[in-house]
Design a binder for this molecule. Structure first.
Ligand code: GDP
Ligand code: ZN
Length: 323
C-alpha cells in the first residue's frame, strides 16, 4: 500500500476509543480493554478541523500517534450523560457517559453540609446520571446520628448505602451497585474516595492523605478525573475532591431536579408553579407539614436564588453558609 500525503480528517488509520483521562493539552485514549493508552491532541480554535474538548468517558474517533506524527482527536460521539459543574462562573465538564454517580458523603470530618449534598443531587439529575448516596466513615458515628443525617434523602426516595471504606463495612453491597456499570465517584476532599478505590481495585496504590490539621480538610490527591476498570466489569471514574459544587441548571428548571416535588406539583394552583411564594403552592404546603422534608425545600429555595443571581455570586454567599 502506498502512502501519499494524507489530508487531515481523511486518514484511513482512524480509530475509535474511550477517553480515560486528560492532560492540559490533550487526552489519553484507550482503544480497547487493557490496551496501551494513546495520547491525542485536540484541534483547537481557528482550525478548520476544530473539535470540542473531549472529557473522560467520551467515545471518540481519532488518528493515533505514530513515530512521526502526533495523535489527533477527530470527533466526539453523542453522549448519554454529562456531569458538569460551575467553577466560579465557568462551566466545567467532569465526565461523559457515566450511568450513575456515587456521592460520597459523611456528617463530620469533613462536614458535608446537606445543602452541598442537595446541590450535587440536582447536578446528577441535570446531567442525566442516577445518583446513589454513599455515607462513608460509618465507623465514626452512632446509628442514630447517621440516620438523622440521612433522613432528608431517605424521605425523598434516593438510594442510600452506608459504608466504612476503612473497616470494610457495606462494601459488598457497594460492589453490587458498581458491577457492570459505568460510575462516577464524587465527593468533597477527605471523605475517603482514595481509601475506597484502593479497596475496590487491587494493585491500586492511591495516596490517602490524613486530614490537614490546620484546616480540617483533606488534601487533594487527584488532579484529573481518571477511569478505572473494575475487576468484576464496569468502570469507576475517580474525580478530584471538591470543596464546593454548583449544578449547571437554569433556575426555572431546578424544580424538576427535586424528584419528590413532582407528584405534588400537580396540585399547585398554578400549572407552572415555581414552588416559591405562589399562592396555593402544594409543594410549599407539604414542606410546612413535613410531607416533604423541610431541609430539602430550604435547599431548593436557597439554590434557586443562587442560580438566579449567578453561581459565582452564589458561591460567595454560601462560603459562609452555616448549616
Ligand atoms: P479523599 O480525599 O476523598 O481521597 O480521602 P482519603 O481516602 O484520602 O481519606 C481521608 C482520610 O479519611 C484518611 O485519613 C482516611 O484514612 C480516612 N478515612 C477514609 N475512609 C474512612 C472510614 O471509613 N472510616 C474512618 N474512620 N476514616 C476513613
Ligand atoms: Zn408549587
Amino acid at each position: 500500500m502506498s502512502h501519499g500525503p494524507e489530508k487531515r480528517g481523511t486518514s484511513t488509520r482512524t480509530m475509535r476509543g474511550r477517553v480515560v483521562t486528560r492532560a492540559r493539552n490533550g487526552v489519553f485514549v484507550a482503544p480497547g480493554k487493557n490496551s496501551e493508552l494513546h495520547f491525542c491532541r485536540v484541534p483547537s480554535k481557528g482550525k478548520s478541523t476544530r473539535v470540542n474538548m473531549p472529557v473522560p468517558g467520551d467515545w471518540i474517533v481519532y488518528d493515533p500517534p505514530s513515530d512521526v506524527t502526533d495523535g489527533w482527536v477527530r470527533g466526539i460521539e453523542p453522549r448519554i450523560s454529562l456531569f458538569r459543574r460551575y467553577v466560579f462562573a465557568r462551566i466545567k465538564d467532569i465526565a461523559a457517559n457515566m450511568e450513575q454517580v456515587l456521592l460520597l458523603i459523611c456528617p463530620e470530618s469533613p462536614v458535608v453540609s446537606p445543602r452541598l449534598v442537595d446541590r450535587m443531587l440536582a447536578g446528577a439529575s441535570a446531567g442525566k446520571l442516577e445518583p446513589v448516596i454513599v455515607l462513608n466513615k460509618s465507623d465514626l458515628f452512632s446509628r442514630k446520628r447517621i440516620e438523622e443525617y440521612l433522613q432528608p434523602w431517605r424521605d425523598a426516595g434516593y438510594p442510600v448505602l452506608v459504608i466504612s471504606a476503612l473497616k470494610g463495612n457495606g462494601l459488598e453491597q457497594l460492589e453490587n451497585v458498581l458491577s457492570g456499570r459505568d460510575s462516577l465517584l464524587f465527593g468533597a476532599s477527605g471523605v475517603g474516595k482514595s481509601t475506597l478505590l484502593n479497596r475496590l481495585i487491587d494493585d491500586l496504590d492511591l495516596d490517602t492523605s490524613s486530614i490537614s490539621r490546620a484546616t480540617g480538610r483533606g488534601v487533594h490527591t487527584t488532579t484529573f478525573t481518571y477511569l478505572y476498570s473494575l475487576p468484576d466489569g464496569g468502570i469507576v471514574a475517580d474525580t478530584p475532591g471538591i470543596r464546593e459544587f454548583y449544578p449547571v441548571v437554569e433556575a426555572d428548571e431546578l424544580r424538576f431536579h427535586f424528584p419528590e416535588f413532582e407528584p405534588l406539583s400537580e396540585e399547585c394552583a398554578w400549572r407552572d408553579c415555581l414552588h416559591l411564594d405562589e399562592e396555593g403552592c402544594a409543594v410549599r404546603a407539604a414542606a410546612e407539614d413535613g410531607r416533604i422534608h423541610p431541609a430539602r425545600y430550604q435547599s431548593y429555595r436557597i439554590l434557586y436564588r443562587s442560580l438566579l443571581e449567578g453561581p459565582d455570586r452564589g458561591r460567595r454567599h454560601t462560603d459562609h453558609e452555616q448549616t
